[in-house]
Write a protein that binds this ligand. Structure first.
Ligand SMILES: [Zn+2]
Length: 482
């Protein structure tokens, strides 16, 4: 499971309000993309002498091409890089390079740091939810509203010699795995033209990694010396790449791009996948269902196809029908935390006899794997509210707010929860802890509260239409889908 690798990374003392009005950006979550990247990355990390569970891999929703190491042992990859790369080999080359920045001891110094108060929350949200929920009320939109740009993230700045060492290491790691390092060279050569652009026009990746021709020449020489240039990628990984790319283009790109890259005449699985997702986003539910049914006819046991079918049904108002496909995705991949959350969301919305209990069990399981998953906490608040367990729902809302970095709201809900929770319980202690961490009198938090107060007066109401100062993200605990 990818749970550990892809833990959400909400950073406290965040200025969540900065994000209002900004486009939906932030970390995205998707079981298929995470499982795929993990499968490719873990062997590279191991060859580099790292422990995969200690290294985080995060996907940032940003169309520009970039990858970097930030905030410790965390590799960040932009969706733009995944879409622009042409193969698993190119992505593995980039991952190998970034892996060395961790494993080769480069990341100790020269961190370009943002002040704590300026650091945005790294809100993570499901790819499907991101694409669909923007602009809608409810928990999904609330989380999107609080996700923000990564400009102020702490990231590492490397010297030229470190860059060169990382290129060498990337070739070495792949060769040690018996895989072709050709992807690294292809990637460089494809973007060679970037060198003649001004810094402002260059992709961020090539601002940090100048593609001097001697760099390309040296890397090519090393890669050829491995004798593995012609080693072919497996069919499995090429297919994984194509499905991942189709999914990202379908969810994040324009319908025009989808029609151009995946025209109706293309009957391949990736093309049908991209069209299904694009139609789903455009609310062409019949087309979306037609494409996904044709994919399921070919591969009934594909967990991600079942997941997508569940999402399409859920978002088109057929929550009860969406329970089955989500349950099926879980049968095919038991315990997958993101599947558990989708399943629980459908149960919450159906809300028949026994659904709230089943949803609670699923969400508690997901939260064991991902205790910092704000969306799971928001769904748990709904489940608990359905069961009239108000104080526990308030605590779940406090957790959700805390993990998106909204400490003001976390503090308010934790306080309410402590007023009715039994003092001897773990829940009470957790609520008390959240109150303590988010205490306005804590000097670390003061700046956040001050900025929050200023911003809510100035802009939140105007930009979002929300007028309540205390509830800029909507009230999850009171949310009721019925
Ligand atoms: Zn680098």
């Amino acid at each position: 499971m990818a749970a550990k690798l892809f833990r959400a990374a909400a950073v406290l003392a965040a200025s969540a309000f900065v994000a209002f009005g900004a486009s939906a950006q932030g970390l995205i979550r998707d079981a298929e993309i995470e499982e795929t990247l993990k499968e490719w990355t873990d062997p590279i990390l191991e060859v580099a002498g790292l422990v995969p569970d200690d290294v985080g891999l995060f996907i940032i929703n940003d169309a520009s091409l970039n990858a970097f190491v930030a905030n410790g042992q965390r590799i960040h990859i932009h969706t733009g890089l995944i879409i622009e790369a042409e193969s698993a080999a190119q992505i593995k080359g980039v991952i190998g390079h970034e892996t060395c920045h961790i494993a080769c001891g480069h990341t100790v110094a020269r961190m370009r740091a943002a002040s704590v108060a300026m650091r945005p929350a790294l809100v993570s949200i499901g790819l499907g939810i991101l694409a669909i929920a923007a602009g809608e009320p409810g928990a999904g939109a609330a989380l999107i509203g609080s996700s923000s740009q990564f400009a102020a993230l702490n990231f590492y700045v490397h010297t030229r010699s470190e860059e060169a060492a990382a290129d060498v290491a990337a070739v070495k790691y792949l060769a040690a795995l018996g895989q072709s390092p050709a992807g690294i060279v292809e990637f460089f050569e494809k973007f060679r033209y970037q060198e003649v652009l001004s810094d402002a026009k260059r992709y961020p990746y090539f601002r940090a990694h100048p593609l001097a021709s001697d760099r390309i020449r040296t890397t090519r020489g090393l890669a050829e010396a491995t004798g593995l240039m012609d080693a072919q990628p497996t069919e499995r990984e090429q297919r994984q790449y194509e499905m991942m790319r189709a999914k990202l283009v379908g969810f994040l790109d324009t319908p025009l791009k989808v029609r151009r890259d995946y025209p109706a005449s293309d009957k391949s699985a990736p093309a049908r996948y991209a069209r299904a997702i694009s139609a789903f986003r455009a609310s062409d539910i019949q087309i979306a269902l037609g494409e996904i049914e044709s994919l399921l006819a070919d591969e009934p046991d594909n967990p991600y196809f079942n997941e997508l079918k569940g999402q399409i049904l859920f978002e088109s108002g057929r929550a009860a029908d969406s329970v089955g496909p989500h349950a099926r995705s879980l049968e095919l991949m038991p315990g997958q935390p993101l599947f558990l959350i989708n399943y629980a969301r459908s149960l919450n919305a159906r809300n028949e006899e026994g659904d709230t209990k089943a949803a609670e069990t699923a969400l508690r399981d997901a939260l064991i794997a991902e205790p910092d998953n704000a969306f799971a906490w928001a769904q748990l608040a709904i489940t608990l509210e359905h069961q009239d367990r108000r104080a526990e729902a308030q605590l779940a809302t406090a957790e959700s707010s805390y993990w998106v970095g909204d400490i003001v709201r976390a503090n308010a809900f934790a306080r309410r929860a402590t007023q009715s929770l039994d003092k001897s319980t773990i829940d009470y202690r957790r609520a008390d802890d959240i109150m303590l961490i988010t205490d306005p009198n804590n000097p670390d938090n003061r700046q956040f509260y001050e900025r929050y107060g200023r911003a809510s007066r100035l802009s939140i109401g105007a930009q979002t239409g929300h007028t309540s100062r205390n509830m800029p993200f909507g009230d999850f605990s009171a949310a009721d889908p019925r």
